[in-house]
Design a binder for this molecule. Sequence first.
Ligand SMILES: *Cc1c(COP(=O)(O)O)cnc(C)c1O
Length: 383
Amino acid sequence: MSDWIIPLSDLDYGKEELAAAQRVILSKWLSMGPEVQAFENEFAAMQGVRHAFACSNATAGLHLAFLGLGLGPGDEIIQPALNFVATANMTVASGATPVFADISSLEDPTLDPACVERLITPRTKAVVVMHYGGNLCQMAAFQELCNRHKLALIEDACHAIGARFHDPQQRPPHGLMAGSIGDISAFSFFSNKNIATGEGGMVVTNRGNIAERIRLLRSHGMTTLTWDRHKGHASSYEVAANGYNYRLDELHAALGRVQLAKLPGNNERRRRLLSLYVEKLRSLSGWLVPFSQNIAHTSGHLMVALAPSPEARAEAVLKLREARIQTSLHYPCISDFQAFTRWKASAVEKSREFTSRAITLPLFPTMTEAQVASVCSVIQQTS
Ligand SMILES: *Cc1c(COP(=O)(O)O)cnc(C)c1O
């Protein structure tokens, strides 16, 4: 059904994106070249990191991150059960074993450091955190834990483009951008993300040795690019590793640059709409809005509320659908999917409860305040 009156998400696209696409078309250079280079430089500057690699999507980026860190067969990667399936699938693709950990609480559905610590074995090599909805995980605790156990720290920062870590006492890593805190991280530019290019992603790291490995693996393990040869900077290449084609192209990079420029304003708008949602949903008995104390520091990727019960959630989804308002669920528990049942999840009870009561409501920068009011009034009628 595509005729939603209020969709879950919508693009903020206009004449700037049209002009960017036209610029690439008129340049007659489509594959990785100057637009990708400029997008990477601008993204790295926004992040305050040394290396940024544009890639075909965040899933490819996560695969590159795991391979760049040398993770593979025999290695365990601890990660949230409450996440999009890409991190878990790429863990399996790299030959490593996913180990699923629980969230801290229903109010803070990010990975619980204490639960992670209990799951560490001699085979554990890395921890992946995911900044749910654009709200940062307990990064000081994860840095300390990963240093102490000599584990790599990977950020699935797909939700958190433009968010900064905030500590009330301003202790480190206070002020660092989401995705610039761990060893390496991945961002997504899928159509519903805070920067939208259709498909697209970015991997960022401050570690030079990982960066060089990723540069090679992203493009077949080849030491030069078609663009370098086109410009006469190189005439041949060596293949130094068995790589992939996980490159981004010029059209997507040009769109990404426009979206990156719009990011601060659009995230501010998302936060404004989130505050409005919280104000209206606060009075409903039994309903809970996670991270409602963190609105000033979120990227505002998602508006998620918890219904009082699974039955109340089902009723709200139905009533919203009748009003032609689209909703979603972020996410079913990964360890309960058919393809993952062979890796046993020890204790993810809080993730399961979260997933049984959560509902994702429409949120996008071009949404109006009247639309937020309409969504909330439908929910009010159910309770
Ligand atoms: C969107 C998303 C991904 C996958 O990104 P793609 O660019 O679609 O591959 C991975 N993890 C999370 C948390 C996401 O939201």
